[in-house]
Design a protein around this ligand. Structure first.
Ligand code: PLP
Length: 284
């Protein structure tokens, strides 16, 4: 692969980042994952807006304009011949040349790294016809989950707990209510109503979430942004997750209890279709 590091496009074996980089030592950095379908970027503007916000919340300077981010992403897509897949982008606070808890001064510039992940047939994922199974686990992450930081240790542990339990993923639960999935937003469906947690610092403000809720309202589905419990989710007609790489994915089991018929229902597959169709049309 050709990867991007601080202005250069290099073979992945030649790309280097300092051992003193604060991303490496302190998880002091943020990231974005953008999907590519048919060689085009999905909802790229949304990712640029969230990236700018994550950086600003952490007092980091945004090293590039949106036009420059776009050009760099397109260059990576072209150089790696990506049709379907993802672009991972990471911006860390950079390399102060030593380890220190205090943020370095403005002379230290952010480190920017980006690479492609080819996923042929990403939108035709056969899992969507089956759905995924999840377990619930306590949400013990920090209090600023709205910032997309590279602190992904607990979400990784959650994924491993799911694997050990023989299922696909985990939903985090805090004070009796579902927050989100390890790397996705969580929803339940009752009749024509889509229920999902409102935006706050408790969850990541999913770019896919925003689009999905917009399309759902346009398709005359009712969107209810409120808290929900694991018990309520088990009694739901359908459930699903959303993320830039999974799009809209049915959830058919929670903590061993079947949701609805235990198979993807009617509303969620329809929402997935609408999402993919609309986003392909708007891809850049
Ligand atoms: N919530 C968490 C914790 C995530 O890590 C992600 C994506 O990685 C999401 C939600 C979904 O966000 P998006 O739709 O922007 O990919």
């Amino acid at each position: 692969r050709t990867v991007y590091v601080n202005g250069d496009y290099l073979p992945e074996t030649e790309a280097k980042v300092s051992v003193f980089d604060r991303g490496f030592l302190m998880a002091d950095g943020v990231y974005e994952v953008t999907s590519v379908l048919g060689g085009k970027l999905i909802d790229f503007q949304g990712h640029c807006v969230r990236l700018a916000r994550s950086l600003s919340e952490l007092d980091m300077t945004n090293p590039m304009t949106d036009a420059e981010w776009l050009a760099m992403h397109r260059e990576l897509v072209a150089q790696n011949g990506i049709q379907d897949g993802m672009i991972y982008l990471q911006v860390t606070r950079g390399n102060p040349g030593d380890r220190d808890f205090a943020f370095p001064g403005p002379d230290v510039t952010p480190t920017v790294v980006a690479f492609t992940q080819a996923k042929p047939g990403l939108a035709e994922n056969p899992q969507a016809a089956i759905g995924i199974r999840v377990i619930s686990i306590p949400d013990i992450r920090w209090g600023r989950r709205d910032i997309k930081t590279v602190q992904l240790l607990y979400p990784s542990m959650g994924k491993m707990m799911a694997k050990k339990a023989g299922v696909d993923d985990a939903w985090f639960v805090e004070e009796g209510h579902v927050t989100e999935g390890t790397s996705n937003n969580a929803y339940i469906v009752k009749g024509n109503r889509i229920i999902t947690r409102p935006l706050s610092s408790d969850i990541l403000h999913g770019i896919t979430r925003a689009a999905v809720l917009r399309f759902a309202a346009e398709a005359q589905m009712v969107v209810e942004e409120r808290l929900f419990t694991v018990e309520e989710a088990k009694q739901a007609d359908e459930a699903f997750i959303s993320s830039a790489s999974a799009f809209v994915m049915p959830v058919v089991e929670l903590d061993g209890a079947q949701i609805g018929t235990g198979k993807p229902g009617k509303l969620v597959p329809r929402l997935r279709e609408i999402y993919l169709e609309e986003m392909r049309k708007a891809a850049i």
